[in-house]
Design a protein around this ligand. Structure first.
Ligand code: IP8
Length: 262
């Protein structure tokens, strides 16, 4: 078992049913928690996405483009609350597996400027890790120095934390098992790219989005993760299938997916 901090992003589309609002996939959440527990990896920061809890609301109220009027404040509150509800399901499932998971709301430890993280208060997160706890963050509404507020994706948080904490590795656990030559959900001839270098990211064709995702889908994930890989932190794009895959990826063992590294 390799040592060092692992940052794990759980895609919103694997923990929720993206076709219906506020529908969690509790079975998937439970089996992810079991797999994380069975991996034996304990130096872990988990960040999860919004799926059908965050994105449709954020789109309804135009939250990612920032403050336009006071009627949006209700949307800000509802979106944060929905994310807290999803977070509670994830954290509860981890606790049920005996893992010391603790929620850490991004709205209170990050601010952005023009949608990019400008300031972070990582004291509590570092202290939790030092105690051996497992912080669980998520894509959230945050206050923005220029826009008033915006949506901060779990991907940007995961990339930021990996760099700020000098993580050993980042694992992105998504619905699609890696990065493909085309969008595999649109084109069955798409092939898995097993190895990708940061400078090749711009050439990958990712296809259009079919479900609400205010923070940008696979293209944006690649753009967020390229600087992490360029800094020498390997990023592994993978999915929960087949069983055991995520545990292997967390341990840094060979698994099905795409390795983005220098
Ligand atoms: O699913 C966005 O996080 P993501 C969260 O990681 C919200 O992009 C509130 C839409």
């Amino acid at each position: 078992l390799s040592r060092g901090l692992v940052v794990l992003k759980l895609g919103g589309s694997i923990i929720t049913d993206k076709s219906e609002r506020f529908r969690p996939d509790e079975e998937a959440i439970g089996s992810l928690a079991r797999e994380i527990a069975s991996s034996g990896v304990r130096e872990l920061v988990i960040v999860h996405g919004g799926g059908s809890f965050g994105h449709p609301l954020a789109a309804d109220y135009g939250l990612s483009e920032g403050f336009r009027g006071p009627e949006q404040l209700r949307g800000l509150a509802e979106t944060h609350l929905a994310m807290e509800e999803l977070n509670k399901l994830v954290v509860s499932a981890l606790l049920a597996e005996g893992l010391p998971a603790i929620p850490l709301p991004p709205i209170s430890c990050f601010t952005t400027k023009g949608k990019r993280i400008s300031r972070a208060f990582l004291g509590p997160l570092k202290a939790l890790l030092a105690l051996g706890a497992m912080p669980v963050l998520y894509g959230d509404v945050v206050l923005d120095e220029e826009l008033g507020f915006t949506i901060l994706s779990g991907d940007q948080i995961a990339a930021y934390l990996a760099l700020a904490l000098g993580a050993e590795r980042v694992v992105l656990c998504l619905r699609v098992p890696g990065v493909f030559t085309r969008n595999p959900e649109e084109d069955p001839s798409a092939e898995l790219i097993e190895r990708l270098r940061p400078e090749d990211v711009k050439h990958v064709e990712t296809g259009r989005l079919r479900v609400a995702d205010v923070t940008g889908g696979m293209r944006k994930k690649l753009e967020e993760m390229a600087p992490v890989a360029a800094a020498g932190i390997p990023v592994f794009f993978t999915s929960p299938r087949p069983p055991g895959n995520l545990a292997r990826a967390l341990k840094g063992e060979r698994a099905v997916g795409t390795l983005l590294s220098r």
